[in-house]
Design a protein around this ligand. Structure first.
Ligand SMILES: O=C(CO)[C@H](O)[C@H](O)COP(=O)(O)O
Length: 231
């Protein structure tokens, strides 16, 4: 499938940035899974790194692939983090959390010296918001939290999977908030973060250092000062 091929291209390009001795933040999602496959191969060939997984799913796959893991209590730095995204805009803002791992991803990605985002070209948008913004909330009183969020002009929907309420790795719920068009990601993130009951938002505002977009035959790498346009 074309999209999978693009994800694989972006993922493999990103692995080239991982060098011996690095502590590597491992994101989550299907694009990251391609990255883990390649990284696993390199580890088998002798690359020495330590990974910090950002979700239980990533932890399971990394272990299967023989990637050595540790946790944040055992490292003083994260050299590089590689993660996917659900939407990417021209100002290096992201929507993440489609897989429900946004809190751990944000902690890992925010502490990395270099944060690389890997996406297929369908993820690149001019304005964020078509993808419903995932917001992690405490289960207690979530209906009240959802009502407050709705006042910002969206329709929060409690996330379900296979007919069951989705529970994050942190034991919380996810509200998927359809804003359609997010004109000011920073402002919206701050408004949401101020609400009691909100744990974290899927808005990653200007955190990325490098965006690698898988295209038809190649992976296009965009590094910019974060004020620059990327397309
Ligand atoms: O944020 C995420 C998980 O919480 C993922 O990185 C995002 O959903 C992209 O996933 P995929 O690579 O499967 O398209």
């Amino acid at each position: 499938m074309k999209q999978d091929q693009q994800k694989k291209l972006a993922a493999e390009e990103a692995v080239k940035w991982i060098k011996d001795g690095m502590v590597v933040g491992l994101g989550s999602g299907s694009t990251v899974n391609w990255m883990l496959e390649k990284l696993g191969e390199k580890v088998q060939q002798g690359l020495q790194i330590t990974g910090i997984p950002s979700s239980k799913k990533t932890e399971r796959l990394a272990k299967q692939l023989g990637i050595p893991l540790t946790d944040s209590s055992s490292v003083s730095r994260i050299d590089i983090a590689i993660d996917g995204a659900d939407e990417v805009d021209r100002q290096f803002n992201l929507i993440k959390g489609g897989g429900g791992s946004l809190v751990r991803e944000k902690i890992v990605d925010a502490h990395a010296t270099e944060f690389i985002v890997i996406v297929d070209e369908s993820k690149l948008v001019s304005t964020l918001g078509k993808f419903p913004l995932p917001v992690e909330v405490l289960p207690f009183g979530w209906e009240l939290t959802a009502r407050t969020i709705a006042e910002l002009g969206c329709e929060p929907k409690i996330r379900e999977r296979n007919g069951e309420r989705f529970i994050s790795d942190n034991g919380n719920y996810i509200l998927d908030c359809q804003f359609n068009s997010i004109q000011n990601p920073q402002q919206l993130h701050e408004q949401l973060k101020q609400m009691t009951g909100v744990v974290e938002t899927g808005l990653f505002v200007q955190m990325a250092d490098r965006i690698i977009i898988g295209k038809e035959q190649t992976a296009e790498e965009i590094v910019a000062s974060k004020d620059e346009s990327i397309v």
